[in-house]
Design a protein around this ligand. Structure first.
Ligand SMILES: Nc1ncnc2c1ncn2[C@@H]1O[C@H](COP(=O)(O)OP(=O)(O)OP(=O)(O)O)[C@@H](O)[C@H]1O
Ligand SMILES: [Mg+2]
Length: 282
């Protein structure tokens, strides 16, 4: 499988402040790739560099085999970028906002395509409402629709679910899954650790440094699991690693004792594990 994005030795400073420090990462084609990091980690800066909206100091970036600065316009036709703050026209309707972006991309059958995107993003019933009357979460959804109108091969989404209620967040992630299944690569930043679990691969960024690149499963395994064994009403607690082999070796101590009534496992959640990784590297 080829990579949609390759970054080698990327550096960016603002004056004396080093914001991206020797960033290296590869995004496989069709993946949902999560960029996780606290406020100020450099997520927006990195995304801006990837979409050609920011000049970086050194390193090499390739997006769909193009250089975001040298091939900016070529790249713009093939990618979608949803900025952290939606840039929409408040006194236009959802339909008009999406068609505006479609027109800029020279989309044929614009009305039909706009209606399709409205349906895909579950906005059809609000299509004729002015965007300024939409809630923050709904505006994010319109912004996502604008990002998709020209059927990009890769989309860069900067905190698309920040300040979005849990129900809308779940529906938004279901859309990402559908897009990814249709072959679109998704590069999504978030400071919400639980969203890491929904990605195929995750990069953890802190103060411009990549701390870890891994699958959510492998990150979970770095945590601990509390095992509680209930033998005839007497509970024994032990702390184990979370891998299957670590759990098996702890349980061996109990054999297949018929007095054991139940065993419960409480696994560290991904939020704690990631915060631990971020803290340890301080
Ligand atoms: N134009 C700029 N001039 C100077 N410093 C900047 C500029 N843009 C960003 N920074 C600094 O770069 C660092 C990274 O900022 P960035 O916006 O990329 O972080 P982020 O991870 O997107 O944070 P958030 O979660 O708050 O959106 C911060 O310390 C920020 O203050
Ligand atoms: Mg940001």
């Amino acid at each position: 499988m080829s990579n949609s994005v390759e970054i080698n030795g990327l550096n960016k400073s603002y004056g004396k402040l080093s914001v991206l420090k020797d960033v290296n990462l590869n995004v496989p084609e069709g993946a949902i790739y999560g960029l996780i990091g606290p406020n100020g980690a450099g997520k927006t800066t990195l995304i801006k560099a990837l979409v050609g909206a920011l000049k970086y100091d050194s390193g090499k970036i390739s997006v769909l085999n193009l250089d975001p600065i040298k091939n900016k316009w070529d790249l713009r036709r093939q990618i979608g970028y949803m900025p952290q703050t939606p840039s929409l026209y408040g006194d236009l309707t959802a339909f008009q906002n999406i068609s505006f972006f479609g027109k800029a991309h020279g989309i044929k059958n614009l009305e039909e395509e706009t209606n399709k995107i409205l349906a895909f993003t579950e906005l059809s019933d609000r299509k004729n409402d002015l965007v300024r009357n939409f809630s923050g979460g709904m505006q994010k959804r319109v912004s996502l629709a604008c990002t998709l109108i020209h059927k990009p091969k890769i989309i860069f989404l900067d905190e698309p679910t920040a300040a979005v209620d849990p129900q809308l967040k779940q529906r938004t992630w279901a859309l990402f899954k559908k897009l990814s299944e249709s072959g679109v690569t998704i590069f999504v930043s978030t400071h919400l650790m639980d969203e890491a679990m929904l990605c195929d691969k995750v990069t953890i960024l802190r103060q411009g440094e990549v701390l870890l690149v891994d699958t959510p499963h492998n990150i979970l395994v770095k945590g601990k699991t509390k095992i509680t064994v209930n033998r005839n009403g007497t509970k024994t607690e032990l702390i184990s690693g979370s891998s299957a082999s670590a759990l098996a070796s702890e349980l061996k101590k109990f054999g297949l004792d018929k007095e054991i009534q139940d065993i419960t496992f409480t696994q560290d959640n991904i939020e704690n594990i990631i915060l631990d990784i971020v803290d340890k590297k301080k």
